[in-house]
Design a protein around this ligand. Structure first.
Ligand SMILES: C[S@@+](CC[C@H](N)C(=O)[O-])C[C@H]1O[C@@H](n2cnc3c(N)ncnc32)[C@H](O)[C@@H]1O
Length: 433
């Protein structure tokens, strides 16, 4: 059984705290014994005085060496082996999880000495103390809180105290990392949702998400710890590259709202389209031409009530057109077929996100807006086409749950490429009560 004896002027306080919950149960099951000893019981004077003035003058009092020694000697005499004696002191080495592990696994018996007032007589430290531990760069009134912190951190690592070593092996500071964020029920609280990765039921995905969050937290909050990590594994390198990309993303101003486009939006729409066209040119994507889409196409869409913009923080950041009527070029599909057959559907055209919001998640918000509009119209299928080289759009479609259905031809004239890949998404629950 692991033993911790605490020498203190306030044994009741210490005993009460350390006999609750997990440590209390561990003591009941004899994995552990923690006892606090009243220093005054080891005095030889009637007044039970344990302190006196400091030699050389100054404020306060100092705990005398003799009562400390008597108590310590009594505990050592009763001990089976040689206990390790620790004085809790702001002058000690700062306590870490590695110290807790060392003391739990390499020792069997600790004597924790709590100072008070100005501290304790140095001669007791020189003669009896093996190490001095501080719990941080601040000064407490007495060593009790520090002793309780050390006793608690050590005890929970003593074999048998926690049911499974995994309980502490995943915790902050075990392997140099801070722990990932934790969530419990309900799934949404005050409008804040649990990260979707934790709801997948896919153990590998959950572990990957947790490692990534741990890396991120450690990097942001404790660069000193982060610097010392070995992140050379392939998996960590991949996670770091992902984090790098995510951290360099622009932060989308809120709220993000979808509304029908108006004439006043046309100049911004034209600019967004010019940016998208330049991006396609730079990436060798022969999807939009010099003439298409033009301001006139969007004005025409607006007149039909089919053009929408997404605003973020009040500024137009994306544009798209949604038809709730059959799209001519989708009638003939090759190398596959539409899942919705002849059922009514909505189709998306001429969509683009402003350059400054690329990678910000606005495209995903736009895809959600398509769905919401189509649902609102009672349509359970969404269709869209894109150029096979348009990786950004293909990525968005896959991420948003669209499926490849086949190939279609659009009205592009030579020398432009009229071939497009066709995608479709079934909107669940539409029309159901
Ligand atoms: C008021 S303090 C004495 C501080 C001492 N005069 C000094 O300046 O270093 C009284 C006792 O509280 C405990 N203590 C205070 N701060 C501590 C810390 N950061 N870590 C561990 N023990 C601490 C020590 O046992 C100390 O003897």
């Amino acid at each position: 059984m692991y033993r911790i004896d605490i020498i203190t002027l306030f044994p009741d306080t210490v005993g009460d705290v350390l006999s609750e919950s997990i440590l209390g149960r561990a003591q009941e099951r004899d994995y552990l014994r923690i006892e606090a000893h009243q220093l005054r019981d080891y005095t030889v004077n009637k007044q039970k005085q344990v302190d006196d003035y400091p030699y050389g003058g100054g404020h306060g009092a100092v705990l005398q060496a003799d009562p400390l020694y008597r108590c310590w000697e009594h505990l050592c005499r009763q001990a089976e082996g040689k206990p390790r004696t620790i004085y809790l002191s702001p002058c000690g080495k700062t306590f870490t999880q590695a110290d807790a592990r060392r003391l739990a696994w390499e020792e069997e018996h600790l004597i924790l000495v709590c100072g008070h007032y100005e501290g304790i007589d140095q001669r007791f430290i020189d003669e009896c103390v093996d190490e001095e531990i501080s719990i941080g760069d601040f000064v407490l009134t007495g060593g009790e809180i520090a002793a309780m912190a050390v006793a608690d951190a050590v005890s929970r690592l003593v074999p048998g105290v926690l049911s499974d070593p995994a309980c502490f092996e995943n915790e902050s500071h075990w392997n140099g990392l801070l722990e990932y964020p934790q969530y419990s029920r309900p799934e949404v609280w005050h409008g804040r949702a649990v990260p979707p990765e934790l709801l997948t039921g896919d153990h590998a995905k959950v572990e990957r998400w947790r490692r990534k969050q741990s890396l991120l937290r450690t990097r942001q909050r404790r660069p000193d710890l982060y610097e010392r990590l070995d992140l050379s594994s392939r998996e960590d390198q991949k996670l770091l590259a992902e984090l790098e990309r995510e951290l360099s993303r622009p932060i989308l101003p809120r709220p993000v709202e979808c509304r029908p486009a108006a004439e006043g939006d046309v100049p911004t729409i034209v600019e967004i389209i010019a940016q998208a066209r330049a991006w396609m040119d730079a990436n060798g994507i022969d999807q939009w031409t010099e003439e298409y889409p033009a301001a006139a196409d969007y004005r025409n869409d607006m007149a039909q009530g089919e053009c929408y913009v997404l605003t973020c923080g009040g500024q137009v950041g994306a544009v798209f057109t949604l038809y709730a009527r059959p799209e001519e070029s989708y009638a003939a599909i090759t190398d596959g077929k539409w899942g919705g057959g002849t059922e009514p559907y909505a189709s998306i055209h001429r969509c683009a996100v402003a350059e400054q919001w690329r990678g910000s998640g606005l495209a995903g918000e736009m895809a959600a807006a398509w769905e919401e509009l189509a649902r609102g119209m009672g349509l359970s299928w969404l269709r869209i086409d894109t150029h096979k080289k348009n990786k950004a759009m293909l990525g968005l479609l896959r991420k948003s749950g669209f499926q490849y259905r086949g190939n279609v031809l659009v009205g592009a004239q030579p020398p432009h490429d009229p071939r497009r890949v066709a995608y479709e998404k079934k909107l669940k629950g539409v029309g159901q009560r």
